[in-house]
Design a protein around this ligand. Sequence first.
Ligand SMILES: NC(=O)c1ccc[n+]([C@@H]2O[C@H](COP(=O)([O-])OP(=O)(O)OC[C@H]3O[C@@H](n4cnc5c(N)ncnc54)[C@H](OP(=O)(O)O)[C@@H]3O)[C@@H](O)[C@H]2O)c1
Length: 293
Amino acid sequence: MDSLKIWITGASGMLGQDLSRLAKEAHHTCLLTDLDVDITDASAVSAFLAANKPDRLVNCAAYTAVDKAETETELNYHVNAMGPKTLGECCAKAGVPMLHISTDYVMSGCPPEPLLPESSYDPMNAYGQAKAQGEQFLHATGAKFWVVRTAWLYGIHGKNFVKTMLRLMAEKDSLNVVNDQFGNPTWTEDLARAILKILETNDHFGYYHFSGDGIASWHEFASEIQRQGLALGLLTKKVPVNGVTSDEFPTPAKRPAWSALSKDKIKAVFGVAVPPWQDSLHTYLQLEKKSLA
Ligand SMILES: NC(=O)c1ccc[n+]([C@@H]2O[C@H](COP(=O)([O-])OP(=O)(O)OC[C@H]3O[C@@H](n4cnc5c(N)ncnc54)[C@H](OP(=O)(O)O)[C@@H]3O)[C@@H](O)[C@H]2O)c1
């Protein structure tokens, strides 16, 4: 595989940092930007493309505060809807293929079938609505693009559910966790590897889903974090983790009860590995342990 020049926006974020590191390890040249090149500023984006001539762009930049998005509606729309539009328009002009990261929250479904990349949009919250608009705007730009929807991300470089659970399990005597929302826990490194595999093909543009293999509720995810955390010595005491309904644990943004993603298409087209979510959690927790040592 020839080395690529890859522009990664949102490179200081949770996914952006892991993707940058793995891309460099794979001997690609990385152009890393975050708020210094605002993805909604067409002249800044065009100037960057003209000056640096990347082979591909990966958009990891986003507004990711799902609950705050209910009230910070303008910023959410600006970044999550107008951002991909602006990037797509500039990439179309420059002839640069773009991979855009999106979310399971653009949809909501019913068990037992995982959502397909072709399933219809059905966002339940403002964040999901803006991300769905971003996908549609990007589609209309005429750019060559891949949209990769992912879910329930955790990684070493960001605030996330795994870190929050470990902290609360150490601090509290018991915990309530929602048991009626089901999805796929996903490690940023697994997603980053899948992204690199796609970029290296420069083909098969379109919509894809990537997440960890296997379906869990947030309560099952939390229980597994506790089980593995205790086994690895990241936790020293076991506390009761109680399952509660979404009604008993209200949040500003509604979330789908079922947003499990089907990875059949991404596996068949690109041959990417989709590890079981429990295995990836184990590798991730080992890294967390090393980082604390
Ligand atoms: N986290 C999840 O559970 C999850 C689930 C499904 C899908 N996703 C998607 O996965 C992608 C990566 O998520 P993540 O968790 O890695 O996000 P993240 O950690 O919040 O990183 C996003 C980065 O984009 C930057 N950014 C915000 N507005 C920008 C702008 N206008 N121009 C340039 N950069 C800007 C942010 O800077 P500031 O932090 O300073 O604002 C941040 O560094 C996103 O598309 C997200 O929607 C995430």
